[in-house]
Design a protein around this ligand. Sequence first.
Ligand code: 4AD
Ligand code: MG
Length: 433
Amino acid sequence: MNQSSTRIADLKHHVGAVVTVRAWVTHLRSKGKVAFVVARDGTGILQAVLVKSEVPEASWNAFAELTQEASVALTGEVRADARAPGGFEMGVQTLEVIGASPNDYPIQPKEHGIDFLLDNRTFWLRSQRQVAIMRVRHELEQAVHDFFYARDFIRCDTPILTAAIGERAGLFSTDYFDEGTAYLAQTGQLYGEALAAAMGRIYTFGPTFRAEKSKTRRHLTEFWMIEPEMAWYDQDDNMDLQEAFVRYLVERVLERRQEELKVLERDTSKLDCVSQPFVRLDYGDAVKLAQGKGSDIVWGDDLGAPDEALIVDEYQRPVFVVNYPKEAKAFYMKENPLDPRTVRCADLLAPEGRGEIIGGSQREDDYDKILARLTHEGLPVEAYGWYLDLRKYGTFTHSGFGLGLERTIAWICGIEHIREVIAFPRMMGRLSP
Ligand code: 4AD
Ligand code: MG
């Protein structure tokens, strides 16, 4: 079937020829003996014109029956027409209805509430805006692979069902035969560290799960994370890599997805800031800065979303906040030799109030220190035997980070809430569709 039909984006190669396009109807209009069908196929939008005297009666009658989202086959001549959406128009010879669509199609050209749209996500995804977001997401996913492939990182897949807990966020769990409880992975990092000792430089790209009870515009319960892990990188090398990575991702979207950004009405000048060096701000200075702007944060606290916004606002470009207090961060971060109250880590805060898009650190490579941290955190030490062994058999300086894909897309696209940048979002109160 594909050989005999043409995708709308490819019509530019067929001007003057007769082709068949299979698509879904978005708009209908008629003026006496001339009728217009606007249709979409995921690659673009086509305006097709039917003239009563030039089409078979069956096609003219089929037009009268058409409704929004009916699927159709349109056959006709492709004409260049600057006024038509996409720049091409079809002079229809035949119109065939493939699948009718009842008149009660849920998504209408009017304002719908967010819950209604999410309940009807399968249909909402057909809108031009949602297609544009998914295409940017696709570009970013490919860019991630291209970036690391070019640097000779090995992509590794880590388990979803795990026994060792990686982060402090809420856990999803399930019974696992005689093994007891399995947790859905909050991170692939711990396995990434083992793989870095085997392969040098690796990255993972997979779904991660957190039972986040917070209903914010930045939290999903299932999200996708990219987690590189590098042997022989210290925290400065780690931040240099993050900076190059984020710059590459933004530039790639600017270079290849202008059409989509236009649909999203994104002010792309706001993204130019990534070409400047990112700020590297000590946690203590970040706290003082936020305090000076009215925050009641005190040294020792993790930064809240409002603090992050205050800090980034000062610089209008991405900011690394470095060397957080130990107590505010996960057990695996390396103690800072210059100030043992803190760890060698950084969160990367995105501009425009987007908050943290990356969390990363140098890893504690001292066996006794990391064992003490695990114990102090009350984590089940017996589940971490293999992880501790990485420090026992040939310990090594290593670092890594995790970039949240959805937060990054939301920032680049200028989308307020991350529920819109994943096809089927999972949040508290939403498991369907
Ligand atoms: O800062 P986090 O918790 O770091 C880790 O998971 C480390 N193991 C990463 C590493 O060093 N390999 O999460 C990393 C990023 C955050 O900066 C954020 O972008 C995203 O993951 N993230 C979420 N995105 C959507 N919904 C949530 N509930 C998220 N929690 C974290
Ligand atoms: Mg974090």
